[in-house]
Design a protein around this ligand. Structure first.
Ligand code: NIG
Ligand code: FE
Length: 408
């Protein structure tokens, strides 16, 4: 007889586990009237109820889902949720007609959050970030990536990443951290971007790495960020330290960032409104995930859509994330992102859901989650919905019924 820690019955399962090409399979990798068995924090069995191997029904706790749909725990693979202050007044300015780029050139934008983040102590940052993480988790997020990048000096970058690590320790969700020292030019380096990149490569990144604070390295490759050459220097240092890379690329213009990050076999290229076919082909070849951020597209009132058709044509895996940050995406709702991926980017709900599960795991280099299959972490969510498309269809109503993380 099989020994399970716990069993879930009376559920429908959107496993998001794609069958091999050519096999007949329901959308969402769906299993109707399914069962999930968990042993020691991992999924030990998932499939149709009637095929569930026999187990000790008296000794095993059984949860009945009442026909709930189960999805993998949602994964938000791109956030900046540790930061100080707010940029509501900048929002007012933008509504009066000043552009995001203009505000940034005037010394506002990212740099104004940098000032607030430098001033804030660890506890203040932790408390504010925890609220944001709680909001994400309330909608089924069980794994989240958090970037630095509002410090832009060694001390504050380290402080941000320590707060992110602490969140991971004190919160049930998994936290992956990313060093984003090359996010913007700090005021003290005005006119000396190369000098700042020296600091990033020679001091910040080594310090962060030595303390084990980063799982990956990111940069903002853009006219208002850093050039291709500067980004390359950061990536070379990351490679030297054995850290994977990813990139904010092609958000406001095309500098060829996606091709660059693909050259480094990067985990992901993120934003991508302006990516071209050469960039997409390079990403496909390298296995670099396209992370689309509909919240930033919406909040900045962008009009250039990311080229979804081209990404699909070349079968680049697409992930969707919140980009939670005070400037371009001040929101903490993964369900709203699902909705916007469909309404703004015209993605089918199934593909949007794949973007916050299976492909988001890929974008973080995690192979133990994102789909419901035996051997994976027991991270999953029971939803009070009649079809998985409802997750993307409706917003403002939270249909979470139960969240299971590591089997608990
Ligand atoms: O992902 N593009 C650069 N970084 C953030 C925005 C950060 C900010 O404005 O504070 C983004 O959109
Ligand atoms: Fe971002």
């Amino acid at each position: 007889m099989n020994h399970y820690t716990q069993v879930w019955l009376d559920i429908n399962i959107a496993t998001m586990n794609k069958a091999p090409q050519g096999t007949e399979q329901e959308a969402y990798g769906a299993i109707r009237d399914g069962a999930i068995a968990v042993t020691d924090g991992k999924i030990s069995w998932v499939g149709p109820r009637k095929e569930l191997p026999e187990f000790d029904i008296l000794a095993t706790p059984v949860v009945k889902g009442n026909g709930a749909w189960v999805t993998p725990g949602l994964i938000d693979c791109h956030t900046h949720l540790v930061f100080g202050g707010s940029r509501a007044q900048e929002f007012e300015k933008r509504l009066q007609g000043v552009s995001y780029e203009e505000i940034s050139r005037q010394g506002g934008g990212i740099v104004s959050t940098v000032n607030e983040t430098r001033k804030a102590d660890e506890e203040t940052l932790f408390v504010a970030a925890k609220d944001r993480l709680n909001a994400l988790m309330a909608e089924g997020v069980t794994t989240v990536e958090i970037k630095s990048g509002y410090g832009l000096d060694t001390e504050t970058e380290v402080k941000m990443l320590k707060v992110a690590r602490l969140l991971g320790e004190h919160h049930p969700a998994t936290v992956k951290t990313t060093f984003l020292g090359a996010h913007a030019l700090p005021p003290e380096f005005k006119g000396n971007a190369d000098g700042y990149i020296d600091l990033v490569c020679n001091e910040m990144l080594p310090a962060v790495h030595e303390q084990g604070l980063a799982d990956a390295v990111d940069a903002f490759c853009e006219g208002i960020g850093f050039s291709l050459e500067q980004t390359k220097r950061v990536f070379d240092k990351a490679v030297e330290l054995g850290l994977p890379v990813k990139l904010h690329a092609e958000q406001l213009s095309n500098l060829g960032g996606s091709e660059l990050v693909a050259k480094y076999k990067g985990l992901s290229s993120d934003h991508l409104e302006y990516v071209d076919e050469a960039g997409i082909k390079a990403m496909k070849e390298a296995g670099t995930v396209a992370v689309l951020l509909p919240g930033a597209f919406y909040f900045l009132r962008e009009t250039q859509l990311p080229p979804i058709d081209l990404l699909n044509k070349h079968q680049v895996p697409i992930a969707i994330a919140t980009d939670t940050n005070p400037g371009s995406s001040p929101l903490c709702s993964i369900l709203l992102m699902l909705n916007m991926a469909c309404t703004l980017f015209r993605m089918p709900p199934e593909q949007a859901l794949e973007g916050v599960t299976r492909n988001a795991a890929l974008a973080l280099g995690l192979d133990d989650r994102g789909v419901l299959k035996a051997g994976n972490r027991a991270d999953f969510v029971l939803w009070d919905v009649s079809h998985p498309a409802e997750l993307a269809y409706q917003f403002g109503v939270n249909k979470v019924k139960e969240i299971v993380i590591g089997g608990r």
